[in-house]
Each structure stands twice: as structure tokens, then as C-alpha cells.
Design a protein around this ligand. Sequence first.
Ligand code: NAD
Ligand code: WQD
Length: 338
Amino acid sequence: MTHTILVTGGAGFIGSHTCVALAQAGYEPLILDNLGNSDIRVVDRLARITGRAPRWIEGDVRDRALLDRIFAEERIAGVIHFAGLKAVGDSVADPIGYYENNVHGTWVLTQAMEAAGVRTLVFSSSATVYGDPERSPIPEDAPCRPANPYGRSKRIVEETLADWQQASPGWRIVLLRYFNPVGAHESGLIGEHPQGKPNNLMPFVCQVAVGLRDKLVVHGGDYPTADGTGVRDYVHVMDLAEGHVAALRKAQEAPGLLTLNLGTGQGASVLDVVKAFEAASGRSIAYEIGPRRPGDVPAYWADPALAGRVLGWQARRGLEQMCADAWRWQQGNPRGYE
Ligand code: NAD
Ligand code: WQD
């Protein structure tokens, strides 16, 4: 029997790639998305990649009546919960809106799952819960000191899900802390298309390469790193997608709560990314060094050993492939799914 997995936020960047990995692993993804930050034309692209369009429902995870209907009508084996808001700057300007969506949304979902007897949940957390870490690589038991409302919303969800699992030990929960997801599916048919000016490095570099932006401003060239620019753990979105399938399988094995980093374990600087992107695209990326971005941490990367041991998962795709795949998507789809 094919297991149906409810994928909240499944039309978004990481969710859509995870739908590919789920379909390829024999699961049936069912997308629930309010399309607040995505374009449902992604399902046609998913059909071209996997041979079958995923079913989808337009709606909000905070809509309890809708969730009750979905759980009553479908045989859902588990939930992967991506739906949420993710822009750090917006969360500073609208903290309550972020807690409302990310925290309250998860609580409504959890209560609907409990009522329906669906107790398997994989949750999208973020390395941002670590804040400014004391050292890298960061293990999962490092202190969590999120530095903004977005990060706190993820941490509050982690803590409340841990409380919930203690109270209801039949639950199977995996909290996945992603580092910096980038890249696109190898086909170039799906990828990330931020609305407006991109906040994140890789989409910005893509837009410079394709001629939509003049130049990249590097946020700080005087950090205590090898070349003075910020260092992060960039992880290919398809590696991440496969990590979700492994996490789901693990959750299905036994009740409990697991917290796992998903990263490569390797740091790359802003200029490393620029160089790798130039090599992958054959375009030169104009850039200038600007001031530091407030709130940025100089350098951090994951200790992914626990995910390796527990899930048998490790990132397989390197920075070259992340850039090559991001470029293929950007070049083929300069205006996203339009
Ligand atoms: P995304 O914005 O592309 O995807 C999120 C999806 O959720 C969107 O399709 C949006 O329309 C939908 N959504 C938002 N609120 C909703 C709601 N209340 N009900 C239904 N649908 C809703 O973002 P993404 O990069 O794919 O991120 C997915 C998840 O991973 C998010 O929870 C994010 O916080 C987390 N995460 C992302 C990153 C990153 O850098 N991209 C890093 C760590 C964690
Ligand atoms: C990477 C590096 C920048 C843009 C954010 C969120 C985090 C997580 C992932 C969700 C840094 C530099 C960037 C630019 C630059 N999201 N940069 N010029 O800040 O590590 O993480 O996304 O959970 O919560 O905070 O990612 O891609 O913005 O930046 O020089 O125009 O690139 O300073 O060193 P970040 P990023």
C-alpha cells in the first residue's frame, strides 16, 4: 500500500523538492499550501520530473476545520511540516505574525493530528536556533540562543513538540535543523524563486549572473575568516529532500523525538560561493565589499555526524553541483514558474 504523506508548505522551495524525493521513494505526497510564498504551477513541473502530478489542497495549516476534513477523508501515514514564514527581517518587523503562523500553526496541526490518530511528524527547524554558536562544527546539543523572532519561533516549536512527545509518548517526531539550503533539482524544472529582492546569497548571485541585478554586495570583508567574508554550511536542496525521506522512515520505526542537523559539515565563504558559481556558470559575478549585515554571525557549519549514524544520511552533492543546479534553474526560469 502506498503511504500518503501530508506535506504542509509542499509548494515551496524545500517542500517541492521533498515531494520529488517522496515520490521516488514510493510515498504519495499530498500538498497543503496557502500559496502565500509559492506558485502552484510547481505541480506541473513535479509531474514532469516524477511522471505524476501530486495532489494538492489550497489552504492554511491554521484552519482546524480543513485539517479535520483532510485527516477524515485521507489515510495519512505521516506529516512533513514545512509551512511557515522564513524571512528574518520580516520577523523582526512583525514578530506576532511570525509566532502566529509558525508557532500557532504548528499547534493547530499537532492537535488535529492527535485527534485523527496521526502521530508521525517531521518538522522543518533551522540552524538559526543556535544563534551565534560558541564553536563549529555545531553538534545538536550545543546551546540554543536564537537571535531573532524567526529563530525563536522555530525554537518554541521544538520545545513544545518535545513537551508534547513527553505527554504523548506514542508520537514519532523528528526535528530537522537545516543549515543553508541552496541549489535546485538536477532537471532545472523546480527551484527557488524569491519574491522581490533576494535576502539570501545564492538567489542573489543567480540574479546577478542572469543580468537581473548589477552586482552582489558582500556583507562584510573583515570577518575573522580565511578571506574575511562570512562562512556558512551550504547544503544541496535535494540532499535535504532525501534527508526528509530518511527521517520519515526513521520516525515510522519507533516512537520518540529526535533532533538532527542536516548540513554538509563544511563551511564555504561568500567568495568561495562566488568563485564556484563563476566556474559553474561561465559568467563573471560582479561584486563589491560592503559593510557587515546587522545580526550576521561570522562563521558556522554543522556537525552532521548524528544524522549520519541515526539516518544513514549524508550530503552527497558539493558546492560545484549546488551552483550548477541553481544556475540551470535560474537560466531556464528567470521569472520562476511564469
Ligand atoms: P518557502 O517559503 O519556499 O516554503 C514555505 C511554504 O509554506 C510556502 O509555499 C508557503 O506558501 C507555505 N505556507 C506558509 N505559511 C503557511 C500556512 N500558514 N499554511 C499553509 N501554507 C503556508 O520556504 P522554504 O525555504 O521551502 O522553507 C520551508 C521550511 O523550512 C520553513 O518552515 C522554513 O522556516 C524552514 N527552513 C528554511 C530554510 C531556508 O533557508 N530556506 C532554512 C532552515 C529552515
Ligand atoms: C549567507 C552569507 C551573508 C546576501 C539565512 C537565515 C537562516 C536560514 C538560512 C531559515 C552570509 C552573505 C548574503 C548578500 C552577502 N533560513 N550575503 N550578500 O544569513 O546564513 O541564513 O538563511 O531558517 O535563518 O538567517 O543566509 O544566504 O542570507 O547569507 O554577502 O546579498 O552570505 O552575509 O555571510 P544566512 P544568507
